[in-house]
Design a protein around this ligand. Sequence first.
Ligand SMILES: [Zn+2]
Length: 143
Amino acid sequence: MLRSAKSVPSDLVYYFGENSFHLGNFKQSVDWLNKYIQLKGTTGQFSALAVERLKSAEEGLMKEKVVESQQARQVLSQDYDIDCGPTGKVTCPVCKGSTVIIKKGYVSDTYKTCPYCNKLGYLQCEDYNLLLKGQLEPSTTNP
Ligand SMILES: [Zn+2]
């Protein structure tokens, strides 16, 4: 039915936006409705409805973001510990296991020993959790 994006009638764009909204897909709904308003301005058959629906969709999207950031905060909160599995070790996320941190410079790159994993490339679970909470102090014994 739809040969290409260009051939989609603008009314359909509005219906897609409306439909996405009812499916709870607010992000997509916002995209479609913006597209409709772009195409039709404020004089289209559904312009008033689209503007109104866009407001609701954006509110829905906002609420989703609030929930997401609350979840993220929960994960990173002080009393949440990540389970590192039976080995109790995690690849160092700072150097990605390479034990070296490369700093891109204008002339040349600078190589520095990773101050977090002590040349091991991995962290003990305890240290890993500290790092995630921003409480792991980098080692100062590096040259
Ligand atoms: Zn490291």
